[in-house]
Each structure stands twice: as structure tokens, then as C-alpha cells.
Design a protein around this ligand. Structure first.
Ligand SMILES: C[S@@+](CC[C@H](N)C(=O)[O-])C[C@H]1O[C@@H](n2cnc3c(N)ncnc32)[C@H](O)[C@@H]1O
Length: 264
């Protein structure tokens, strides 16, 4: 990826408009970790966009966008530096963040970004999305992101999950209670179970999945990316069998199963 030059006045201005820096373009200290997350996420969005046709507009959907920091910075990179035809659809059910995002886009005179205030699952797309992604979408919003991507047949789906309340609250009787009696281990195991089960469902729908740390854990403890590409390799024929095995051991399943009707 070409370097994003942090010194450009234009990017400094974007930072100040979206609220990641003050009026003089100085990044707020408390936002620096967020910036690292954004740049590292952008690297992976860029790898995906690079593999998509330059001849047409590429549609990216940012689920649970919050104030759309990632979408604004990515939009700057793709349109001004990579010179791609790009459209962003940003979704969040919180009216405050959507109003703030719309105001920022207006101030920046951006007309290729749409902001939708709704539950991710309710949104119907006019154009098929190429990439559906989320960063720290709370709990089942990560499941909704993946479900939307699968149901819309997106080429790429990327998520970095956040809290996993739904799975954590359900996981009670299982053979590893001597491990999960320690809160910190329970937290980590729940993260692994929820994301692993999601990857198996993605594989069952024809996606090749990679799971990796997309940014250092010093920037966020929730730093694991699930990256899925449709038709990106040999299908895992055992995915549903493996999914059922995990379900039998832990007696939980992420909401993704309901959303794509792959219920046990
Ligand atoms: C932790 S914030 C992350 C925001 C942004 N992606 C970021 O990384 O800065 C989670 C966001 O998810 C939104 N959210 C949670 N569940 C949602 C749902 N089902 N539909 C739409 N938005 C949702 C919340 O309103 C909140 O803005």
C-alpha cells in the first residue's frame, strides 16, 4: 500500500472534522490507539480492493460504523491516493453517530458516502456490496455483519469482534470449567469459541477464512480479525460437522446461525 502521508493538510483537516484531532490537526492522545487500529484495518481493506476490478465502482459496507472514522480515512485513501471509484455505506442504529457522520461528510463535501440509521440486519442494499466489514461491532452485531455479507454474496467479509455477551452468558456446563473458572481465561475462550464457530459457518458458505492479529494487542485487546473471501480456496467439507462438535462440547452457538438459518 502506498504510504498515507500523515502530514497532508487535507488528511489533517479530515481528522479534525471527524473528531480524531483538534483544530490544529494535532491528534488527540487518547485517539492515537484508534488511529493505529484504523491504519492497520485499512491495509486489509486495501488488499481486498486491490483485487477488485478498477473498471467499476467498489461498494464497501461499514457495519456498526460509530462515527465512521475508519470509513472516512479509508475513503480518503481510496479516492485521493489509490484513485479508485469507491462508495461507502455506513450503518449504525445510534442516531447521534449517524447525524455526526452525515454532518462531517457534508462539511468535507463527500458525495460517495451514505449513512443509514438502522439495525444492520434491516438494511436492504440497492447495489451488491463487494466488501462488508465491521470494527468492534458489539456482541451480535458482528454476527449480523457476517450474515449480511453472506446473504448479499459479498466477495470479502471482515470483522474484528468486540464483546461476546450472548455467547458468554450461555456458556455454562462444559468440560473446561477448570479453565473458565478464571474470568480472564473465560473471556479468551469465549472469544475463540464465538469466532471459531463463525469461521466454520463462513466456510460452510464457500468462504476461505483467515484469522489473525491485525494490530498489536497494545493498541486494543480486541485485535483479532476474521477475514473471509468467497471462493478463495478449497471448501472445508467438514465445517458443519466441526461446528456441531463445538456446539456439543460448549452448548452454545453465535447468533450468526440464526441469521443465516443454519440452526442446530
Ligand atoms: C464500539 S462501537 C464501534 C464503532 C466503530 N466501528 C469504531 O470502531 O470506531 C460499536 C457500534 O456498534 C453499534 N451497533 C451495535 N449493534 C448494532 C446493530 N445491531 N445495528 C447497528 N449498529 C449497531 C453501536 O451503536 C456503536 O456505535
Amino acid at each position: 500500500m502506498k504510504n498515507i502521508n500523515l502530514e497532508t493538510n487535507e488528511l489533517e483537516y479530515i481528522f479534525s472534522v471527524i473528531g480524531l484531532s483538534n483544530k490544529n490537526g494535532k491528534n488527540y492522545r487518547q485517539r492515537l490507539k484508534k488511529n493505529e487500529q484504523i491504519y492497520n484495518y485499512l491495509l486489509h481493506l486495501n488488499k481486498a480492493v486491490d483485487r477488485l476490478s478498477r473498471k467499476r465502482e467498489i461498494v464497501l459496507v461499514d457495519c456498526a460504523c460509530g462515527k465512521s472514522y475508519l470509513a472516512f480515512i479509508a475513503n480518503y485513501y481510496f479516492t485521493k491516493i489509490a484513485r479508485r471509484k469507491i462508495k461507502f455505506v455506513c450503518i449504525d442504529y445510534d442516531e447521534y453517530v449517524i447525524t455526526a457522520s452525515r454532518a462531517a461528510a457534508e462539511k468535507l463535501k463527500l458525495n460517495n458516502m451514505e449513512f443509514i440509521c438502522d439495525d444492520i440486519f434491516n438494511v436492504k442494499f440497492q447495489v451488491k456490496p463487494d466488501i462488508v466489514y465491521s470494527l468492534h461491532a458489539c456482541d451480535t452485531a458482528t454476527d449480523m455483519t457476517i450474515a449480511k455479507g453472506i446473504l448479499e454474496d459479498a466477495k470479502y467479509i471482515m470483522t474484528v469482534s468486540c464483546c461476546q455477551h450472548t455467547v458468554r452468558n450461555k456458556i455454562k456446563k462444559h468440560p473446561l470449567t477448570s479453565i473458565t473458572k478464571h474470568g480472564v481465561y473465560k473471556e479468551r475462550l469465549v472469544d475463540m469459541i464465538a469466532d471459531s464457530m463463525r469461521t466454520l459457518l463462513l466456510e460452510s458458505k464457500g468462504y476461505k477464512v483467515n484469522v489473525f492479529e491485525y494490530v498489536s494487542s497494545s493498541k486494543t485487546p480486541k485485535n483479532v480479525m476474521v477475514r473471509a473471501v468467497k471462493g478463495g480456496g478449497l471448501a472445508n467439507k467438514n465445517s458443519i460437522k466441526d461446528y456441531k462438535k463445538l456446539h456439543n462440547i460448549f452448548n452454545v452457538q453465535p447468533k450468526l446461525g440464526d441469521y443465516i438459518r443454519e440452526n442446530l
